[in-house]
Design a protein around this ligand. Structure first.
Ligand SMILES: [Zn+2]
Length: 313
């Protein structure tokens, strides 16, 4: 069996959001070393605070200060912190119900090991040295065996409140395309296009997914298709992409490679954009050292009859 490929993938973007009055007060409070919850109409205190009661949907306004000490309600040990997490050494993710609150807040708990953590453990906030009005103003929680701390009596009125945050969202993972697509990608390095045939309906899927999407059965039989194919449908692209060095307008097409029952995507070159048409016969153009065709160009054959590709539209 050929090697199954893997590759690191990163998806990230900064997410800018405005806070509204309740979240603004909560994060501004953290900046001032004050933890605020919000009171519900039936007298519970929710920390972290929310704008609407999750049970009754009532709009909530009444801010209420709770203590920076509390109790672990549940936890999980994190043996290998990832970049961007609150601590660089192993720690516990813990739900902490602060003294005076009725709900629990998720944060990191700094402890020497999982044996030092338990449900019911008393903890307190460890404040960050520099605070900006963000959840990271709580550096983490730490074990604490003193009496409950007393709230300062803060009402939630602040000068210069925080009104927005930028939350960086990042997904950093190792992707494996699996057996079928690994074989497909390996063949592409030799400039061959390999799909798989369904044993039941006999359709050939390129790129292969490892199973027939119609019959639901595993596909194993490898079938080389192309290299020539037929443009089944296309669009003219008029907007230049920042990271692509391609002159606009250009044509992006669905191309059914000969022998395949699924069209793949490709750019059409070597012909004026306004002469590309359904049924145009094309062949791939590979650049040295590239796994994927750079584009497809007309191969000089007469156009394919509509009847031969109408099922692939
Ligand atoms: Zn099938």
């Amino acid at each position: 069996m050929p090697e199954v490929l893997t590759a690191p993938l990163v998806v990230e973007f900064p997410f800018t959001r405005s806070l509204g009055p309740v979240q603004s007060a909560f994060l501004t409070g953290l900046r001032e070393r004050v933890v605020l919850g919000v009171r519900t109409t039936d007298g519970r205190t929710l920390v972290p605070p929310v704008e609407y009661d999750p049970d009754t949907a009532d709009e909530l306004h009444e801010l209420f200060e709770v203590a920076p000490t509390g109790t672990v309600t549940t936890w999980a040990w994190n043996p290998a912190p990832r970049p961007g997490q609150p601590l660089t050494t192993p720690f516990a993710w813990a739900l902490v119900r602060l003294d005076g609150a009725d709900t629990a807040l998720l944060h990191a708990l700094d402890a020497p090991g999982p044996d030092a953590v338990r449900t019911g453990l008393r903890v307190r906030v460890r404040w960050a040295a520099e605070r900006t009005g963000a959840i990271t103003d709580i550096a983490c929680f730490e074990p604490y065996d003193g009496p409950p701390a007393q709230p300062t009596g803060h009402t939630g009125e602040f000068t210069d409140p925080v009104t927005g945050i930028v939350a960086p969202a990042r997904l950093d993972y190792v992707h494996s395309p699996g057996r079928a697509q690994s074989a497909h990608l390996a063949a592409l390095t030799e400039h061959r296009v390999v799909g798989e045939r369904c044993p039941t309906c006999h359709k050939v899927y390129v790129p292969p997914r490892g199973a027939c999407p119609t019959c639901g059965v595993a596909t194993r039989e490898q079938v080389e298709v192309g290299p020539r194919g037929t443009v089944t449908t296309f669009c003219v692209v008029n907007i230049a992409a920042k990271n692509l060095d391609i002159e606009v307008p250009y044509v992006y097409a669905h191309i059914a490679l000969d022998g395949a029952d699924l069209a793949l995507h490709g750019r059409i070159g070597g012909i004026p954009y306004d002469q590309v048409r359904m049924g145009l016969r094309v062949e791939p153009v590979w650049h040295e050292g590239s796994r994927f065709p750079d584009h497809y160009r007309p191969c000089g054959e007469p156009d394919a009859e509509y009847e031969t590709y109408k099922e692939l539209l």
